[in-house]
Every structure is written in C-alpha cells, then in structure tokens.
Design a protein around this ligand. Structure first.
Ligand code: SF4
Length: 487
C-alpha cells in the first residue's frame, strides 16, 4: 500500500509542527494551563465512576442532573459494571437552600455499612460542583467506612482519563494518610523483591509482560493503580518506584512523590522506549549499569526481530482521549508506519516529555489538548491510509472511505507492552489497512445517500410526490411495475 504524497502547505492553517505552541507543562498542572472549553471525551466523570466501580467493597454515589446520571449509569453497565450506582437527586430548591448537602450526608450515613463496604465515593457532577456543594465537609469516616468526595465537572476535568487520576489520587492520599498514622493491613500479595508500582489501566497481559522485563533486574511488577482493592493502595505506596505508564496520572505521581517514592515516565512499548524505560527504572532503583544491561539484553534483540516480523506499511493519523496515544504512535513508527500526526485530548506532562521528544525527532506533529476540529483538519490534509481515533473522528474518516479504528475499544483494549504489544498492534492495524477496497465499494454503493436532499434536512418544504413518481434515497424508482413505491 502506498501513501499519497503529503499535500503541499501541510497543516499550514493549524500550527502543529514539531516544536509547536503546545505548552510544556509539568505534572502539577500550573495555573493558566490551556484546557478545552468543553469535554473532548465522553462525560469525564465516567473515568471516576469506572475507577470506583472496579474497586471491591466500594460504593459510588453520583450527585448531579438526572440526565447526566442516566447517561453515566447506562455507559457503566454497557461496560459491564454489574454494580448499582447510588444517586442523590436534587432540585433547584435543595440546591440553593443547601439541603442537597444534607441529603448527600444522609445518603452516606445510610449507606455506610462496614459489613458491605470499605469505602464510599461521592462524585459531584457539573451542577453541584459549579454550585460549590462542599463535599469536603462530609465525615471522613462513618462506622469504619471511608468517605471520599470528589468534584468531577466537565468544565474543570476535561477528559475521562484525567478523572480517573483525580479519584485514584484521592484514594492514594487517603491510604497514605492512614499509613502515616500507623500500621495498616498488609497488601494481599507482597513479593520478596523490590517492586515497581504501575500507574495506568492496562490489558491484563501487560503487567505480566512488565514483570518479565523487570525480572532480570531483580525487581517485581507491583500493584497497578487504579487498584481493585483498598489494600493494594498500601502495596503500591510501598513500592520504591512508580512507573507512570500513562502520563496523565500526575496527581497520583504527586502522591508517590509525597510518600518519598521516585516516579519514572514512558513505558516499555516497542524497542526504543523499552530501552530507555529500563534505563530509567534501573537508575531509580540505584542499580548498576551491568544489571540494567542484563535486562535490556534479555529483551531488545527479540523486540528487534518482532518489529521486523510485523511490518506496518501505510500512513496513519492517530488521535484519542485515553492518554496512551504517544506510546501507540511510537510503536507504529517502529513497525514501519508513516505517522505524521498524533493528537491527544490529554495534557502534556512531565511524564510524556520523552515520548513527545522522540516523536518530534521522527518528524511527527504532536498535539496535546487536541480538538475534534484539529484532528479532522489533520485527516483532511494528510490523506492517511488509516485513521485511529475517537468515535467522531472515525466517523469522519469512514465517510471519506478511509479505514478507521476506534482507539478506546480496539487499540486500548489490547496488549501494548513488550513482545505481545508488537504482534497485537500490527495485527489489527494491518487488518484495517487491508480493508481499503471494502470501504471504496461501500462508498460507491452509498454514494449520495445522507447528503444534500437525502440528508434529512431540507431548506424548503419538499413538494408532495406526484402520483406514479416517487424517489427513495437518491434513486429514481418511477415506473417500477407502473406503481409508486417507497414510503
Ligand atoms: S453536563 Fe457535566 S456531568 Fe453532565 S454529562 Fe456533561 S460533562 Fe458530564
């Protein structure tokens, strides 16, 4: 498959060339850091809701408009929550009189049964958050059940990825405070070697892959944050080093640093990133060069072979709101793909700097806090063979007969680390690239449907059909068997 030459004046209208205007922000999110005017992912609170619903013995209570709660509970069950979601409804009166806070407090008191729950998470959605409903005044603990309140408004936490960070960091902060006050229950599993805590949601195989990479260094893969169990939070904080595999976990990284731990960015994805990641982990643990080289020698030759055996040919435009977009782009480039543009709805952070630097050195335009309009411009100007993106971007690409993959469901839900990541990513991408002819056939078949007079929007009222002459879609069916057809 060949890629057309880049259009002249590549992306002239949108300044996304390397060394662009993207603010270089640290993981503390300095004031004035550019954010979206509106969420660029599904409702951001879903990130917190999902993080809470995955925790054992944890109840999640939403406070917000009924329509927001309906959508959030619907999507949580679509993704297999199999758990009830609590809801504290409100009206204008309860909001402005302050009774809403009392209702939340009463709900928490009623729900706080230590036989059922370790933790209750209360999430303020947009309106209660904007109205300043003071969740910090909730009791910190009721009958031994921890109470954690968080504000996750779409106007302040722009992506569901960052919303995961907000709740996971709130839990880490609570667990850290408990550990600092005295002895806490030991983690469910604790190895005999120093471990690396893993920050980021991964495919279940990825932590095992990371464990195998660390083994020659005498290290274990520690708990993954967000955790599934409260005691795993103690286990994560017990690790001397945290790997910030997904770079938007800045608030969680703060918690590790406040606990005196070291944090390392990027992830072992592809050959180059794996080499630098092992260097970073070895240095953070104070290991000698020989030990780190042993780990690198155990994997880098095999990765080189795997990359050569799984080539990807074609131009790919990539964007998403999961936060792992830069890592995926690195791997695609190492497989041989031409990736001129990577967008992510997440912010640039200290933990994505090395991936951004690597990509920009390869000539890739990297855009943090991208918008749908900017991603669409990239697709229109770069003529890719494949688009990997958000649902709206995928829809745009498919309407132009460009094969497209939804990042969240088709890329994020697969192994990415180490050797399994190479085969998995190249497999799905090559399958999609091979579908170009099918897209062309579909475009030919549906040509004109859904556009112009068949788009469902008429500038003037359509005239009633004349007897014996009716059009369906864009096809003239007059005269078929001498009768009018269609409806
Ligand atoms: S209004 Fe706010 S809480 Fe409701 S769906 Fe939108 S972003 Fe989510």
């Amino acid at each position: 498959m060949t890629s057309p030459e880049p259009a002249t004046g590549l992306l002239e209208d949108t300044p996304i060339v390397p060394g662009n205007d993207t603010p270089r922000c640290d993981h503390h999110r300095p004031a004035g850091h550019a954010v979206h005017g509106q969420p660029q992912s599904l409702c951001p609170a879903f990130g917190s809701l999902r993080t809470g619903l995955r925790m054992r013995r944890t109840a999640v209570v939403l406070v917000g408009s009924a329509c927001c709660v309906y959508g959030l509970t619907f999507i949580s069950h679509f993704y297999g929550a199999r758990r009830s979601v609590g809801y504290v409804p409100f009206g204008s009166e309860s909001l402005v009189t302050g009774r809403l806070f009392e209702d939340i407090r009463a709900a928490v008191m009623r729900l706080a049964d230590p036989a059922r729950y370790d933790t209750i998470v209360v999430i303020n959605l947009c309106i209660p958050a904007a109205s300043g409903v003071p969740l910090h005044l909730l009791p910190r603990e009721v009958s031994g059940v921890r109470i954690i309140g968080t504000d996750i408004p779409g106007f302040g936490v722009p992506t569901h990825a960052e919303a995961k960070d907000v709740l996971a960091a709130a839990m880490l902060a609570y667990a850290r405070a408990e550990a600092e006050r005295g002895r806490v229950a030991p983690p469910p599993t604790r190895g005999d070697k120093p471990a690396v805590a893993l920050l980021g949601e991964m495919f279940p195989l990825d932590p095992m892959t990371i464990g195998a990479l660390l083994e020659p260094m005498g290290l274990n893969a520690g708990p993954a944050v967000p955790t599934r169990d409260w005691r795993e939070l103690y286990g994560a904080l017990d690790c001397p080093v945290a790997a910030v595999l997904h770079p938007f976990y800045g608030l969680c990284a703060d918690q590790f640093e406040m606990a005196g731990r070291l944090a390392v960015g990027s992830a072992p994805v592809g050959r180059a990133a794996t080499a630098s990641w092992l260097d970073g982990i070895g240095a953070a643990h104070g290991l000698g060069r020989a030990v780190t080289d042993r780990a690198k020698n155990a994997i880098l030759p095999a990765l080189k072979t795997a990359l050569a055996d799984n080539p990807v040919r074609g131009r790919i435009v990539l964007s998403g709101y999961e936060g792992s977009e830069l890592l995926v782009a690195r791997l695609l480039i190492e497989c041989g793909a031409d990736v001129p543009y990577v967008g992510t709805a997440c912010p640039g952070t200290l933990w994505s700097d090395s991936d951004r630097d690597w990509l920009e050195a390869e000539g890739v335009a990297v855009r943090f806090r991208t918008t749908l309009e900017q991603d669409i411009d990239a697709v229109d100007q770069l003529s890719p063979d494949l688009v990997i993106g958000t649902p709206a971007l995928v829809q745009h690409a498919k309407s132009r007969a460009i094969p497209a993959l939804y990042f969240t469901n088709l890329i994020s839900a697969r192994p990415l680390m180490g050797l399994p990541g190479v085969a998995s990513l190249s497999g799905i991408v090559n399958t999609a690239l091979a579908g170009q002819a099918r897209f062309q056939r579909m475009e030919d078949f549906f040509a004109g449907v859904g556009e112009g007079p068949t788009g469902g929007i008429w500038p003037i009222a359509p005239a009633p059909p004349r007897r014996g002459r009716v059009r369906t879609g864009c096809r003239d069916v007059s005269g078929i068997a001498g009768e009018a057809t269609g409806c």
